[in-house]
Design a protein around this ligand. Structure first.
Ligand code: AMP
Length: 514
């Protein structure tokens, strides 16, 4: 790759600092300088607290251990997502979306075949929460690590405090040589060929660069405001456009949950995300159905925080994405690419993939924009497939308590891929062909789709099923899997803290020659 003199990232936050770290690590020697410009006066939105399985890779690439970053970000393990209240069908009033891993191979086979039989009319409860080890770990407040045999560790992701993550990654990026400028960008200047040439900052003056990365959040300072790139709206398919967030304290004596709760409510759904020091709560809703004030009141009642002095944080968005995420000498990463809604925590996944794909194509094209359109198509496919998966949660709900849920169910605005997946499911229970036909736009695998479709209890025949089926024995390669053999969630987090202290005192001993 031809050497670049200067890459300027506008905006810190998780997206900006993730990008800076990966560039500084992987393009060492290929870029003269990397600068992140952010404004401490403007701050970040910072509500993204859930991740998807790819986040483990991100930290591995940066050689950062969990025992280092997790305590710094009050992070916890997430073994899956629970969905109470989305379905009213007996046996399915709450279901669990697992993170599939190799130890669930036998479980998945059994799940697939039971789903097929249930679809054909057998009287079996196929709620995915009965099948996978991850839901048992979640219920028991366990971390995904087996006490004796690490071959039996389960797949997992994380919850973290996004503001602390930004600060942690900033420190790391600066250690790797990234320049940090705390200033406010006022305007961007473009040259005759349409590229951005430099940007004007309030105190620092003009900053020039060869390439610019827009991590300025929903405002899209560079990609939208300076380069005029437009968004494709998904408002006709995803009707939530607002959220209110409110943290509460966590009770130390109780087991620390290791899952996200996504609880259906009258005009949307509420999240409960356990961090080490607090519970993150939020209500995602449609502003066409309720107001911010009413949503905040409902959330406060739900989490029993009516009197709480903590100020709630309100955000609004228009669900959508850019048509071109990379245009001229600028790529958008993070919220500047667009935002769908918080269900299934999709945006960090899009952020991470976008950084990695951008780096791949940029290098392949030797710093030209030869692969720009391929990059844009891939990012758009990823986002469009995510929209399908999110919309399916709403389309297949069976609630009758408000116009909101009826509207979601009857919404005919769907992509062809989604129509085909759902009609295959309704017709035959077999979605393999539909997923194969649309593989290029479907980032979610069969286990996730079937967990959703079966989890909502949407079968052609409403058979009376046993509400609480017997707990299925779980095994992998003839080894019994039981939640009791997994590490307690709080214990492992405390160990991270201890190992940090251990490392620190060892380092001190070495440095001081004690
Ligand atoms: P978020 O809203 O969480 O995606 O983060 C947006 C980031 O962009 C934050 O780091 C902000 O400080 C930064 N930002 C937004 N507007 C400006 C601006 N005019 N000048 C500098 N930084 C900005």
């Amino acid at each position: 790759m031809n050497k670049l003199n200067h890459i300027l990232i506008v905006g810190g936050g998780t997206a900006g600092w993730m990008t800076a770290n990966l560039l500084a690590k992987e393009w060492q020697g290929k870029v003269g300088n990397i600068t992140v410009l952010e404004s401490s006066q403007i701050g970040t939105i910072g509500v993204g607290e859930g991740t998807t399985p790819f986040m483990q890779d991100f930290f591995k690439k940066l050689d950062i251990e969990e025992s280092e970053w997790m305590p710094a970000c009050n992070a916890t393990y997430k073994t899956g997502i629970r969905f109470p209240g989305w379905s009213t069908k007996t046996g399915y009033t709450s279901y669990f979306h697992p993170f599939y891993s190799e130890i669930d191979t036998d479980a998945a086979m059994r799940f697939f075949s039971d789903v097929k039989n249930r679809h054909a009319g057998s009287r079996i409860n196929v709620n995915p929460q009965n099948y996978f080890i991850t839901s048992r770990l979640a219920e028991a407040g366990k971390a995904p690590f087996h006490v004796k045999d690490n071959m039996l560790n389960s797949e997992y992701v994380y919850h973290f405090d996004a503001a602390l993550m930004g600060q942690f990654l900033r420190k790391k990026a600066i250690q790797r040589g990234v320049t940090h400028v705390d200033d406010v960008m006022l305007e961007a200047q473009t040259s005759a060929n349409g590229n951005i040439s430099r940007i004007l900052c309030k105190d620092t003056g003009w900053l020039a660069a060869d390439f610019f990365i827009d991590c300025s959040g929903l405002r899209g300072l560079l990609i939208q405001q300076a380069l005029g790139q437009k968004q494709k709206s998904f408002s006709d398919r995803l009707i939530n456009d607002a959220a209110v967030a409110l943290p509460t304290t966590i009770v130390e004596q109780q087991p620390l949950p290791s899952f996200t709760d996504s609880i259906a409510a009258e005009f949307g759904w509420m999240w409960r995300i356990p961090l080490q020091n607090r519970m993150g709560n939020g209500y995602v809703f449609s502003s066409a159905c309720t107001t911010h004030e009413a949503a905040e009141k409902e959330l406060r009642q739900y989490v029993n925080a009516q009197e709480l002095a903590v100020e709630a944080k309100h955000i609004s968005w228009t669900p959508g994405r850019l048509h071109n995420h990379w245009f001229k000498n600028c790529v958008a990463i993070g919220l500047s690419q667009g935002f769908l809604e918080p269900l299934e925590a999709p945006m960090l996944n899009v952020t991470q993939h976008s950084i990695e794909m951008f780096m791949y194509y940029f290098q392949a094209g030797n710093a030209s924009n030869k692969y720009q359109s391929r990059f844009n198509t891939e990012v758009n496919n990823l986002i469009d497939g995510t929209v399908d998966y999110i919309q399916a949660h709403y389309l297949l709900n069976s609630r009758e308590d408000s116009i909101y849920w009826r509207f979601c169910r009857e919404n005919q605005n769907q992509s062809d891929a989604l129509k085909e997946i759902i009609s295959s499911w309704k017709r035959t229970g077999n979605i393999d062909g539909a997923l194969r036909a649309h593989a290029h736009t479907q980032p979610y695998f069969k286990t996730s789709w079937l967990s959703l479709l079966a989890g909502l209890g949407t079968f052609p025949q409403d058979i009376i099923e046993p509400e609480n089926s017997e707990e299925l024995p779980l095994s992998y390669k003839n080894k019994v899997l039981s939640a009791t053999d997994y590490v307690d969630h709080r214990t492992i987090l405390a160990e991270h803290e201890n190992s940090l202290f251990r490392d620190a005192s060892e380092l001190e001993r070495k440095v001081c020659n004690v």
